[in-house]
Write a protein that binds this ligand. Structure first.
Ligand code: AHR
Length: 492
């Protein structure tokens, strides 16, 4: 029996629901086909948004959605995407696949999507190729409730009331596709652009600065020193591969047990990056006012054979589910510093929760993890500890056998999420709930072959099943099967 200690009297940080956020870019079939099919589509839709997808996202409790990019954001000119659709500019999406972007999905459509799903919008502005005026006017267009040229334009386009907009990113990856800037330069540019990202009326904007990629600690240091006091959040991007090198990607579905462990090993670097970047941030912001926003994370594998390489369409297996569970447990455990996270990307791109093919839609193993973990949203992290051992097939590619986190929600429900990363070994867990006597518990488990995935022909190959959980005098007992992710909800 593995002894698992949950100290219910030691309650820690709030797990912001935004940690369970997602990212949607004008890339491949994420927006067009995935989310938006247009009002005239034979695929059932409301105002152009796919009904099946919206319903699935509501069931998963999607809290916040980032848009329009990604690299696309620093080439996006928002005025191209408003007004009468037939007159909107048609252009080439130069970053992603060289396809025609007809701008039929713009600001109004994104806000309508968020309304239907019931999530917060998180918009990223164009610093790389846009002007200060353009950014200033976009914020005014969306949020100003008074007499102004942009408010009038919004009304003329059919939106009388301003929208509520909290999260606004000032550029994306400005060290790369967003302008190839040095941190010294971006810090100054950020200070200038953010000046004009204004709060109108009751609308208070949470400004997100472009932060580092994985281990670029110098970016964080220079930015925080020179501009940290002008932002509320700083982003971190880190993608997981099976090789540790995004230039040499492995297959999403055809992989070895060694690659199972190497992928998990690389995903665990997230914890180190969060801790080290946070330590630098706290040097300049000892009160911890600036939050870390992991607004791009997830697996990046080879595209599915025969698909456009610029569309980044990949399948999703139990390995992706394990990656998602490890990262979400890491974010929960670091919710004193991580205030938002957005997996890349929502539909049909990279580590998606949904894949579509024409009118068909399937839920991926990653969808099931977000759905299983949803009761952590806005709950309070509870102190928990399980002794772990390093497992793997190669000496330098080992990972802890178990990942876990525990929270308690306002109504007193405990949520325990665990992943067993071993491909072979089951573990019997004896969870000791210090300071609380439990009355009831329910469990669910996601498991299967390591490469199990859902297809349009077999859409339910992998989905959650119920898990036997015994309530004992001191807590809970249950079996954690090899290569599985488990959620248990329990009440006193
Ligand atoms: O998510 C795909 C791309 O990865 C994004 O556009 C960019 O920000 C990152 O490099």
């Amino acid at each position: 029996m593995e002894q698992y200690i949950i100290n219910t009297k030691n309650r820690k940080s709030k797990i912001n629901k935004e940690i369970y956020g997602h990212f949607s870019e004008h890339l491949g079939r994420c927006i067009y086909e995935g989310l938006y099919v247009g009002e005239d589509s034979p695929i059932p839709n409301v105002n152009g948004m796919r009904t099946d997808v919206v319903e699935a996202l509501k069931a998963m409790k999607l809290p916040v959605l980032r848009w329009p990019g990604g690299c696309f954001a620093d080439e996006y000119h928002w005025k191209d995407g408003i007004g009468e659709k037939s007159t909107r500019k048609r252009m080439i999406n130069t970053h992603w696949g060289g396809v025609v972007e007809d701008n039929s999905f713009g600001t109004h459509e994104f806000m309508e999507l968020c309304r239907q799903v019931g999530c917060e919008p998180y918009i990223t502005g164009n610093v790389g190729s846009g002007t200060v005026q353009e950014m200033q006017e976009w914020v005014e267009y969306m949020t100003f409730d008074g007499v102004s040229p942009m408010a009038e334009l919004r009304k003329a386009n059919g939106q009388e009331e301003p929208w509520h907009l909290k999260y606004f990113g000032v550029g994306n990856e400005n060290w790369g596709c967003g302008g190839n800037m040095r941190p010294e330069y971006y810090a100054d540019v950020y200070r200038r652009y953010q000046t004009y990202v204004r709060n109108f009326g009751d609308n208070k904007i949470f400004k997100v600065a472009c932060g580092p990629t994985d281990r670029d600690y110098n970016w964080t240091e220079v930015f925080m020193k020179n501009a940290g006091r002008y932002c509320h959040g700083i982003s971190l991007h880190y993608y997981t591969s099976s090789t540790g090198n995004l230039q040499v990607k492995g297959s999403a579905t055809n992989f070895t047990p060694e690659e199972w462990y190497s992928t998990l090993k690389y995903t665990y670097f997230m914890e180190e990056f969060i801790e080290k970047h946070t330590a630098i941030m706290r040097k300049y912001d000892p009160e911890g006012k600036v939050g870390l926003i992991v607004d791009e994370w997830g697996t990046w594998f080879q595209v599915e054979p025969g698909t456009n390489p610029g569309f980044l369409y990949q399948q999703n297996t139990l390995r992706d589910a394990a990656v998602a569970a490890v990262n979400l447990n890491i974010f929960n455990k670091h919710s004193d510093s991580v205030v938002m996270a957005n997996i890349a990307q929502l539909i049909n791109v990279l580590q998606s929760v949904i894949l579509t093919d024409g009118a068909d839609m399937i839920l991926t193993p990653t969808y099931h993890i977000f759905e299983m973990f949803k009761s952590h949203q806005d709950a309070t992290l509870v102190d928990s500890f399980i002794p772990t051992k390093q497992i793997g097939l190669k000496e330098d590619m080992t990972v802890p056998n178990i990942s876990e986190s525990v929270s308690v929600s306002e109504d007193g429900t405990y949520t325990i999420t665990m992943a067993n990363l071993s491909l072979e070994e089951d573990f019997d867990i004896d969870a000791q709930f210090l300071g609380e006597r439990l009355a009831s518990a329910q469990g669910r488990v996601l498991t299967g072959a390591m490469d199990a995935h859902n297809t349009f022909e077999a859409p339910q190959t992998i989905q959650p099943a119920s898990l036997n959980v015994a309530v004992t005098d001191t807590g809970l007992q249950f079996k954690l099967p090899a290569k599985s992710v488990v959620v248990i909800t329990a009440k006193a």
